[in-house]
Design a protein around this ligand. Structure first.
Ligand code: GTQ
Length: 348
């Protein structure tokens, strides 16, 4: 492959000008930008400090109701993708606020959503008629095209991190949304039904999965955290990840969601990971602990409830000053299924 694009001669320029009205453009002028030797992402490594975001979120709570907003969310917009409502090229993230007594009305959309609970309790999201109560550290799924409304029966603000595959669906021109027409979808199952049915290492005897998303809507933090705590006793730390688990569907063992991989990792106090990069730009939030992530020259100092993003193919290390638990998500399942996922554990 030539290092430089071919010269733009008067003869060539004339040709380009005459073909443009026929909707034709020369590949050789753009090939180097279209097919790069490695990922060249506009995504910037960025950190959102919860202490900085929270006052704006509470202020948003004063100027608009959850009902009027439909979803009262402050989008975490990557500064490398201004005006695009994206945190990475393929994914959307935001912080959603619901106040006591409010309802975010029922709708369903083609986009899949994950919630990672940041603050508050006794809020719920109702998925297809089952209320799933949310506590900090819980990972909750709203599968594509399922009815969902959010409510809050507790005191104080309830805040969670939303992750949606909005840009991915946008790039495929496959978006649909439908309002239910009432604030809440009728409750048709008792709270806890789904977790009992699919989340107790058993499945109904003749049940077969009907969609590519996990049948479990809620992965409570208490269980995930306890698992990490038990596993740390063997001290089998991965040099690049510490102790890192992926959330899966009990029906298939595949990622819990078809478009977003979700992970939880423990980094013990004093641990520094070896350099790692992968093609899936990843959004992290710290549940517990403080530390920093170095991405090239950029240093992101994080603590509980902060959110940060590591771009595709950007080599990075994590350092934990205290025992730290990080939740993260990325488009890894999509890349794996398309044969595009690559990672690199080298330390160059
Ligand atoms: O809760 O359904 O952050 O529809 C963006 C779009 C949340 C939701 C978002 C949504 C939702």
């Amino acid at each position: 492959m030539e290092a430089e694009a071919p010269a733009r001669t008067p003869e060539r320029e004339d040709l380009y000008r005459r073909m443009a009205p026929a909707h034709l453009t020369p590949l050789w002028e753009v090939l180097r930008a279209l097919i790069t030797p490695e990922p060249r992402s506009p995504v910037q490594a960025t950190l959102w400090r919860y202490g900085e975001v929270r006052p704006f979120l509470l202020e948003a709570g004063k100027v608009i109701t959850a009902k009027e907003a439909e979803r009262r969310v402050l989008i975490l917009e990557n500064p490398g993708l201004p005006g695009q409502s994206r945190i990475t090229t393929s994914l959307y993230a935001g912080l959603q606020l619901i106040l006591p007594g409010e309802v975010a009305p029922a709708h369903r959309h083609a986009q899949s959503a994950l919630r990672f609970i940041i603050e508050g309790s006794k809020g719920y999201t109702a998925v297809d008629g089952e209320r799933v109560y949310m506590s900090p550290g819980d990972f909750i799924i709203t599968p594509s095209w399922t009815w969902h409304d959010h409510g809050h029966e507790g005191d104080g603000p309830m805040v969670w991190l939303d992750g949606l595959d909005i840009p991915l669906v946008q790039s495929l021109d496959a978006s649909f949304i439908e309002g239910y027409g009432h604030d809440a979808h009728p409750v048709t199952r008792p709270a806890g039904d789904t977790l009992a049915r699919y989340g107790a290492n058993m499945l109904p005897v003749d049940w077969k999965p009907s969609r590519p998303t996990s049948p479990i809507f809620s992965y409570p933090y208490a269980r995930s955290r306890e698992a990490l705590e038990q596993m740390r006793k063997t001290a089998e730390w991965d040099p690049c990840h510490g102790l890192k688990m992926r959330f899966v569907s009990p029906a298939t063992g595949d990622h819990a969601m078809p478009t977003m991989g979700t992970f939880m990792q423990l980094l013990p106090k004093g641990f520094t990971t070896a350099g790692y990069r992968s093609t899936d730009a990843t959004i992290f939030t710290a549940v517990e602990g403080r530390g920093r992530t170095r991405i090239g020259e950029t240093v992101l100092d994080w603590g509980p409830r902060d959110v940060f993003v590591v771009p595709s193919w950007a080599r990075h290390t994590h350092e934990a000053d205290e025992d730290a638990v990080l939740f993260s998500f990325s488009d890894r399942p999509v890349q794996e299924k398309l044969g595009l996922f690559r990672d690199d554990r080298g330390n160059r």
